[in-house]
Design a protein around this ligand. Structure first.
Ligand code: ZN
Length: 701
């Protein structure tokens, strides 16, 4: 046989295989009425099979499981034993398209840090290998020094640029531009020792000595009420814009707070009105001067400004600043909330509430500023440095991510991490690899697991294989979300370039969540495996999965994860960790065979029971047993049983392959199709998902 013949033959073979795959695909992706098994073409009447399946009373009788498997034999894709069907991941280098997110994730490098090649490399490495897409750099640092050689005459005159940290600025800036990393120039405005020293006539004066007033650090301040001071800082801002920075960020846009304030003398009387007028005047003039440049203007403010109605005695009043700026960055470090959150004594120990501090403060800022300047972005600073006000703790990656999540859910438009030591917690950052082009019309993978344990079988995934599934999902750029996120059509938490995956678990068997006699979670149960995987990948694999629990079936090991004495605590733990608890009806009822009263009884009572076990929690997701939908599907969404009303936001079917994007018109939150977590089916669907344009890929938030 010559090579051409071989080629031709294998071409035919491939063609046949392709047809088979296509056929399987058509069957499996039949919309969910396809709970009627597509077996007709193989000789067994579809109606017959459906009748057989609906006779199942799983787990009330064992025949149920048998007939369930009979159904499955017909819809499984072709087996490829021992062969990995996954095509290599098509990853992209970090391109402008991926980076072009409106959601800013940044960190900060100090004046001195800019002078260190090691720090610079470290920062560049983080920007290349994680979700970060912005860098804040000191252009005028806390001691008034510029890290570059300036052309602003006053800067040269007072020696502010006498100690440049870097000479190769054009190459440095080009590096960021080439990767579409947002560059933000931080300018410490009124705390300015070199300016105060060289021009005491523009400085805050000490009424006792007649000389320059000094703060607790012994540093002089330029007078916020003097226009000469404004002009100097504006000249530096313009210079930064000309260097190619995307954003100017003014810090210390305020009056001094510490030291002997009563001895500080300003150009005008120190009243709230004069203070806010000075700050607003500076920002208005800066806005006008920067108008010709394509830069945004941001301002850093104290975290408490989001809570206080006044100017805090320092000229920082949110509504007054808002008209002149594009971004406001409250410094929401829990360590700075030494007095807790005003009016909320439960958060007095602010350091223990990273989520609440950031979330509630951001919510307040967003709500207050919406009316004044609707385009204004609230982008808080977050804490990645050891606490100094409470118990001295260092935040874990999870606590840092809680802050990020708090900002996102409050309507923040990103965040920036602050650590003046430049020792950022890289484990708190989602890795940038692999990265796909955004595709929000693509389909979503929702695998369903049943039993977890030995041996591996049709309805049971061995622990080692479940671990391997997680490794594979991670390697392919998946990021877990809960079902409620998908059915709410909110996948904004999925980082740019990643694909969402909803891990679902049906039937609440003990292998999914087992407690050991010593009170620890069995590391070989699904929850134990998820906990371990999250610990190894705190940012890349948050604890998200949806567990559909049963409450009253003949098999006690499937009632609320077996172990009766742990039932409530297990549910509470799942929710506390960020995972989701959903209903699988009370008794694994076949809703297709149930009267509408029975359907409503199952859905109302199961939801009420779970919510009684989880005070304050809302159960919104449902897994339809056997994928057997009731005749009246509207009963899944809402209904009432003896004055007990219920509502579900979404429901999952048993199968059907990848599910339609929530951004697509065909999306039906009550018909979420799933992929069975067996090797062959996962391989098949992961391969489908890897095809160009098939998968949902996040734009990122
Ligand atoms: Zn089930």
């Amino acid at each position: 046989m010559d090579s051409r013949q071989i080629f031709k033959k294998s071409g035919i073979l491939l063609g046949l295989t392709g047809w088979l795959l296509l056929l399987a695909l058509v069957w499996i992706t039949l919309p969910a009425r396809a709970d009627a098994p597509p077996a007709a073409r193989r000789g067994l009447g579809g109606d017959e099979l459906l009748a057989q399946m609906q006779a199942c009373k799983f787990p009330r009788n064992r025949a149920g499981q048998v007939c369930f498997e009979a159904v499955w034999r017909y819809i499984l894709p072709p087996q490829r034993d021992g062969q990995n069907l996954i095509t290599p991941v098509q990853t992209l280098p970090f391109t402008t398209e991926i980076r072009a997110t409106g959601y800013i994730k940044g960190l900060y490098v100090t004046y001195y840090g800019l002078g260190s090649p090691a720090y610079r490399e470290q920062v560049q490495h983080l920007l290349e290998t994680t979700e970060l897409n912005a860098l804040v750099m000191d252009i005028k640092g806390d001691r008034g020094r510029l890290p570059y050689t300036s052309t602003v005459p006053l800067a040269v005159e007072i020696g502010a640029d006498a100690h440049p940290m870097m000479t190769a600025w054009p190459a440095w800036m080009a590096w960021f531009a080439g990767r579409n990393v947002r560059t933000i120039a931080r300018i410490v405005v009124f705390k300015d020792e070199p300016l105060a020293a060289a021009h005491p006539e523009w400085a805050v004066t000490d009424v006792d000595t007649g000389g320059v007033w000094r703060d607790r650090e012994g540093l002089g301040w330029a007078d916020p009420m003097r226009e000469e001071v404004w002009d100097y800082n504006i000249a530096l801002a313009v210079e930064a814009a000309q260097k190619g920075f995307n954003e100017i960020q003014f810090d210390y846009v305020r009056f001094p707070t510490d030291g002997l304030i009563h001895r500080a003398l300003f150009a005008a009387e120190n009243t709230a009105e004069n203070r806010t007028a000075a700050i607003a005047g500076f920002l208005a003039k800066a806005k006008a001067a920067l108008a010709p440049y394509n830069v945004k203007i941001g301002v850093d403010v104290f975290g408490y400004t989001t809570w206080r109605p006044d100017d805090m005695g320092i000229g920082q009043h949110l509504e007054t600043l808002a008209p002149y700026i594009d971004v406001i960055s409250p410094m929401l470090y829990p360590s700075t909330f030494a007095d807790g959150l005003p009016g909320l004594p439960q958060y007095r120990e602010a350091i223990a509430f990273p989520y609440e501090v950031v979330n509630l403060s951001t919510l307040r800022a967003v709500a207050r500023l919406k009316a004044v300047n609707p385009a204004l972005e609230v982008r808080p600073w977050l804490q990645d440095f050891p606490d100094y006000a409470f118990d001295g703790r260092t935040y874990t990656p999870d606590e840092i991510r809680l802050q990020m999540e708090g900002a996102r859910r409050a309507g923040g438009r990103g965040w920036m991490l602050w650590d003046p030591r430049i020792q950022y917690t890289s484990a708190a950052l989602v890795s940038a690899d692999p990265v796909y082009l955004p595709n929000v019309k693509g389909q979503v993978l929702v695998p369903v697991y049943h039993l977890i344990g030995e041996p591996e079988g049709r309805w049971q995934r061995a622990p080692a294989n479940f671990r391997a599934d997680l490794e594979q999902f991670l390697a392919l750029g998946y990021y877990p979300v809960n079902l409620r996120d998908l059915t709410a059509a909110d996948l904004s938490m999925v980082p740019a370039g990643k694909r969402p995956v909803v891990l679902t678990f049906d039937d609440s068997s003990v292998g999914q969540f087992r407690m050991l006699p010593d009170g620890s979670v069995d590391p070989d149960s699904a929850v134990g495996i998820l906990l371990g995987f999250h610990a190894a990948h705190p940012a890349d694999w948050p604890l998200r999965a949806t567990f559909f629990v049963l409450q009253d079936v003949d098999a006690p090991e499937r009632v609320l994860f077996g172990q009766r004495e742990w039932a409530q605590q297990k549910l509470q733990m799942l929710v506390n960790w960020g995972m989701e608890v959903g209903s699988h009806t009370i008794s694994h009822a076949n809703l297709a065979e149930s009267s509408s009263v029975e359907v409503q009884w199952q859905l109302a009572v199961s939801q009420a029971n779970l919510q009684a076990l989880l005070p304050g929690y809302r159960v919104v997701s449902l897994s339809v047993p056997f994928g057997a939908y009731p005749a009246d599907e509207s009963l899944l969404a809402a209904g009432v049983y003896q004055e007990m009303a219920y509502r579900y936001q979404g429901a999952v079917a048993v199968r059907g392959g990848l599910t339609v994007s929530p951004q697509s018109r065909g999306f039906n939150p009550y018909r979420i199709t799933r992929v069975q977590a067996t090797r062959s089916e996962l391989d098949y669907w992961l391969q489908q998902a890897n095809r160009s344009g098939v998968s949902y890929v996040s734009r990122g938030e």
